[in-house]
Design a protein around this ligand. Sequence first.
Ligand code: NAP
Length: 245
Amino acid sequence: MTEKRVAIVTGGSRGIGAAIVRRLAKDGLHVVAVARNLEKLEQVCAEVNAAGGSAEPLACDIGDAKAWAAALEQIGDKHGRVDVLVNNAGITRDDLILRMEDEAFDEVINTNLKSAFVSIRSAARLIMRSKTGRIINISSVAGVAGNAGQANYAASKAGLIGLSKSVARELSRKGVTCNVIAPGFITTDMTQVLPDELKETVKSNIPLRRFGEAAEIAAAVAFFASPDAAYITGQVLCVDGGMVM
Ligand code: NAP
């Protein structure tokens, strides 16, 4: 069995996920970073390992439930433990409800929500064996407050909240906690594509008047993964510069 606490982080190749991989490795965990792009994962893990941390890449399309469940089994067999599970990978396929195609709805629900269900179900037994089992799901303020043009995305992110609260109740008898982080606007590839004018309008509506950094979400993940958060479960923490309050 791997000696260090083992964390699985989906979407670990860039943006918020890469920041979470770096932070959890810095905090002494062995991190399995998952995404589709192996090259990018390898870059993040090489950087972590060069800095004295411990991370390994695993290429998988988590939207493919069978492949994802098999990959999780492989992680369990290799390490014999899972202590922290961070369901972070996510996509957007924005459109107004009147124009939204079934395919755009299904793809977003599948990648953002069903993948988290599959990972929790697959890893639950090992997490329950951990003395410090933690599940952390990355939702969004869109899942808390809704957002025009993001019915599919907001539904997937609100779904993560319901999933998390149910899992928190089910696994609490084993001391496992399950919490949600709902980021606001964070500087990553996902928000990079927004037009500059829209970014400025958004910023002026954020009480702290700026976008957040990926490391600021990773810091909240690190807290939920730490012993300091052992008595917190089923909660949604908005890390959003005050957008939702
Ligand atoms: P990002 O920069 O677009 O990165 C998304 C990550 O998810 C990448 O590592 C991507 O890797 C991975 N991914 C996407 N589809 C995948 C699939 N089918 N299988 C495996 N991996 C997949 O996004 P981000 O901004 O860091 O966002 C991370 C999470 O935070 C998402 O759940 C997002 O919804 C949430 N969030 C972000 C913001 C924001 O402002 N940025 C706000 C609220 C919530 P590959 O492409 O290599 O697969």
